[in-house]
Design a protein around this ligand. Structure first.
Ligand SMILES: [Zn+2]
Length: 371
């Protein structure tokens, strides 16, 4: 047997061993809910570096990073802020994250290619918020309905150029109900739905992006003006929770990497326009019209060009990430026996906070000798 082949077998055995140990979650009950420690999370997702000091938890590997502060409701994954579905807890000196957050946020963001039933996106349904007599919010320079439409038209152009079919819930100043938007979107298969809005309120400034809240999870407090319906009951859209979060994270990361704006995080809400959608869906709040600085920036064509381009790019990043390796005959085997590839949906945002760069490592090296 050649040395190369023997090495291959050794590496394969190491992979299998790792995969086997990696599946062990050590569940800790807190307030009747399942939690796991961040140390356990680091082990499962093969983060080589794990530190927990002064209530700051940091998980790092060559290309990925998670940062959290004990007993808050925020985590950063590869630099992007997410509101957790349940608060982070402490138990016996260990910082914990809920199993629901691991399944509904961490997993789809770190390993989007493992999402079940991921479809290649053919059609993008763009939904400029409001329209007609419903102007949304406004400032001295314009209306939400107008700005949202302009951003959507820019995104449409970019997406069509990239080969997608683009459907618009409105391409002019028509008024239509939330139900009509959802009904329209649900006509399309192999599609995603992107609702585009701008914010108003006392919340400050910045960009926030919403995925449908999973069943039984309270909505994140919204800085905005969009009516959410009651919590706790499951909705059609909950059938694709993982896809919703992956799409939301991909677009949010792309927007923040191109638009100079405050990161108000990936959030969860039960907005009517997200509840009954049967395709992956997101609602993007592209900034606060009533903030003096941001409101004026949104009124510039450059900002809307950047935002529309970023949304289009985010959709393409999502499509590439969820379909990574699909079509490969060995896909099922690879899923069962190999550790996750490190391709992450939020890769463009490496810079903040910085993930310490280390020498590039071959997978076989890091697995056998790296730790
Ligand atoms: Zn709106």
């Amino acid at each position: 047997m050649k040395a190369g082949k023997l090495l291959g077998l050794v590496v394969a055995a190491a992979l299998l061993a790792r995969a086997a140990t990696a599946t062990e979650w050590k569940i800790v009950k807190q307030n009747g809910r399942d939690y796991v420690s961040f140390a356990n999370l680091a082990e499962f997702y093969h983060f080589g570096e794990y530190t927990h000091a002064n209530r700051t938890i940091s998980l790092r590997s060559e290309r990925r990073g998670i940062l959290a502060h004990a007993e808050t409701n925020e985590i950063r994954i590869n630099g992007v802020k997410f509101y957790t579905l349940f608060p982070l807890e402490m138990h016996g000196g260990e910082s914990l994250i809920s199993a629901v957050d691991v399944g509904k946020i961490v997993e789809p963001v770190l390993r989007p290619s493992r999402l079940k039933n991921a479809q290649k996106v053919d059609t993008v349904v763009l939904d400029p918020g409001h329209g007609g007599t419903d102007i949304g919010t406004k400032n001295a320079w314009g209306t939400e309905k107008g700005f949202a439409l302009e951003v959507a038209l820019i995104a449409r152009e970019q997406l069509q150029r990239a080969g997608f079919t683009v459907e618009m819930t409105r391409s002019g100043d028509q008024g239509l109900s939330l139900e009509e938007r959802v009904e329209f979107a649900n006509r399309f298969n192999n599609a995603v739905f992107v609702s585009i809005h701008f914010n108003a309120g006392t919340g400050g400034a910045g960009v926030e992006s919403y995925a449908l809240a999973p069943e039984g999870v309270p909505s994140t407090q919204s800085g905005g003006h969009h009516a959410a319906s009651a919590d706790a009951q499951p909705d059609n859209g909950n059938a694709q929770d993982g896809h919703n979060v992956a799409l939301t994270a991909a677009i949010h990361a792309s927007v923040l990497s191109r638009v100079s704006a405050n990161d108000r995080g990936v959030r969860h809400a039960r907005f009517k326009v997200l509840r009954h959608i049967r395709i992956p869906a997101v609602l993007v709040e592209g900034g606060f019209l009533n903030d003096p600085g941001e409101g004026q920036r949104i009124a510039t064509p450059q900002y809307r060009q950047q935002l529309g381009t970023a949304i289009a790019q985010g959709i393409q990043n999502y499509n590439a990430a969820v379909n990574y390796r699909s079509g490969n005959a060995g896909f099922t085997v690879a899923r069962a026996s190999l550790p996750a590839h490190s391709r992450s949906i939020t890769e463009p945002l490496h810079a903040a906070p910085p993930v310490t760069p280390v020498a590039p490592e071959e997978p076989s090296v890091s697995i056998s000798a790296g730790e």
